[in-house]
Design a protein around this ligand. Structure first.
Ligand SMILES: Cc1cc2nc3c(=O)[nH]c(=O)nc-3n(C[C@H](O)[C@H](O)[C@H](O)COP(=O)(O)OP(=O)(O)OC[C@H]3O[C@@H](n4cnc5c(N)ncnc54)[C@H](O)[C@@H]3O)c2cc1C
Length: 408
């Protein structure tokens, strides 16, 4: 593991980047418009990614532990440069995998993560289900309950989850539920729901503004029974944590929770996805501005257009610096004292929205049509100020971290 942050990811990581770029350019880009229109999970492309080794836990683990500390952002940026909807279909499983890696025992990791990805001949996806109709930003308000049936050593889950990426089509669902509502977020725990468990069903599948190739749906849990071994981290650890929390309730507020641990670790990676979209739109706009002629000269000859492109490129690079710093810090176990993970996601998400909007403007009427990809990129970018914590919530987290005050 490197101890110094460097902007040179090294020859190995650059080779991975170039390899992923080839997949993004040759496989994802040509298919992007079709799957966006179909609004369906692009199973053949996930399968192709699996055959090449791009869709596997091993691949993401290798990227995470790359000595550069920036393996994951580099991979995310290339895939989402290819296409965000297909990209999320390929990497959506990792959110559930990270939840198991962050909270599970070695045995749970060994049992469940392979089932999340399946095999190249029989690919599967996984879903992470935290959000609920009345618990979005306010994770503490979630109502899904997990009750322990001691006689059978089983947990019984009841509730409705919403907005779950891959919800209902996943082999493995990871569900965040309350085991002690009085403790708020400190009474939450994460559970694996194994493939084919009775009582879990898909509710409404959402028709979305962007990332339409990625499946998003409600997940209904109606008396879902899972073995005791499906509680991530195990019962003993949960009981200890609850006892500490009950003590803490009397002494002082605050404390972490299972869903937050998952989100915190994944924020720089999500920021990198936004950078991929932004870079893609910037490149299209730059090419267009150099070739489109009005008033007898390329439109980039106008300072007004050239300056827009200068701002777009500056913001893409600034966002990447924030994302790489946060990723490097996370890999090297450096504490996020100023919420650097949130900073990176906030700035990259807002950059994707800014850059794709500017790109549409530079393409004029063409930018507004589905003949050109910036219209789709603009729609896709919008989710990056909403999911994995809205921009407002990132600002709240940053403001609390830098001020040390309970800003509301
Ligand atoms: C396509 C898509 C995929 C998703 N995938 C997943 C998934 O796989 N798993 C999962 O668990 N969830 C997922 N989500 C849910 C996502 O994380 C939530 O939508 C997000 O956290 C916001 O919650 P909400 O939609 O309920 O908005 P709300 O929390 O209702 O927020 C509405 C508005 O109020 C603002 N707001 C709320 N509270 C405050 C505050 N204290 N201060 C200032 N402003 C505030 C918000 O910033 C926002 O602008 C997904 C969502 C979408 C749309």
């Amino acid at each position: 593991m490197s101890s110094t942050f460097s902007l040179d990811p090294g020859a190995d990581q650059l080779a991975v980047r170039d390899w992923l770029h080839g997949f993004a350019a040759d496989v994802m880009r040509p298919a992007a418009a079709e799957w966006d229109e179909r609004e369906e999970t692009p199973w053949p492309i996930i399968q192709e990614a699996a055959k090449l080794g791009i869709y596997s836990l091993d691949f993401y683990a290798q990227q995470y532990f790359d000595p550069s500390g920036v393996g994951i952002p580099i991979a995310m940026e290339e895939l989402f440069w290819g296409d965000a909807g297909i990209g999320l279909s390929i990497v959506g499983t990792t959110l559930a995998a990270v939840a198991v890696l962050a909270n599970g025992t070695d045995e749970q990791i060994g049992t469940w993560t392979p089932q999340m990805f399946g095999t190249p001949d029989d690919v599967k996806v996984a879903a992470f289900c935290s959000s609920e109709p009345d618990a979005g930003s306010d994770v503490g308000a979630l109502r899904t309950r997990a009750v322990y049936d001691e006689a059978k050593d089983e947990w019984v889950l009841n509730g409705t989850k919403t907005w779950a990426t891959n919800g209902g089509i996943a082999a493995v669902h990871v569900v965040v539920a309350s085991v002690d509502p009085e403790l708020g977020t400190r009474g939450h725990a994460s559970f694996v729901v194994p493939p084919g468990t009775p009582g879990l069903s898909q509710g409404q599948k959402f028709k979305k503004h962007g990332i339409r190739a990625s499946h998003t749906a409600e997940v209904v849990l109606d008396g879902v029974r899972v073995p005791g071994s499906c509680l991530l981290g195990g019962k003993e650890k949960l009981d200890e944590r609850l006892a500490r929390a009950r003590e803490g309730v009397k002494r002082a507020g605050g404390g972490g929770n299972a869903a937050m641990a998952t989100f915190e670790a994944s924020r720089p990676a999500v920021g990198a996805q936004a950078i991929g979209i932004a870079r893609a739109a910037y490149e299209v706009a730059l090419d267009y501005a150099k070739t489109r002629e009005q008033f007898g000269r390329p439109i980039i000859d106008n300072q007004g257009v050239a300056f827009q492109l200068a701002d777009m490129k500056t913001r893409v690079d600034a966002a990447r610096l924030l994302v790489w710093r946060a990723s490097w810090m996370a890999v090297n176990n450096q504490p996020f004292t100023s919420a650097e993970g949130s900073m990176s996601k906030l700035y990259a998400g807002e950059t994707a929205k800014f850059v794709t909007a500017q790109a549409m403007q530079i393409l004029g009427g063409n930018g507004f049509t589905r003949e050109y990809p910036v219209e789709r990129m603009h729609r896709d970018s919008a989710i990056y100020s909403i999911f994995e914590g809205t921009s407002e919530i990132q600002r709240l987290v940053i403001a609390r971290a830098v001020s040390g005050m309970p800003i509301r």
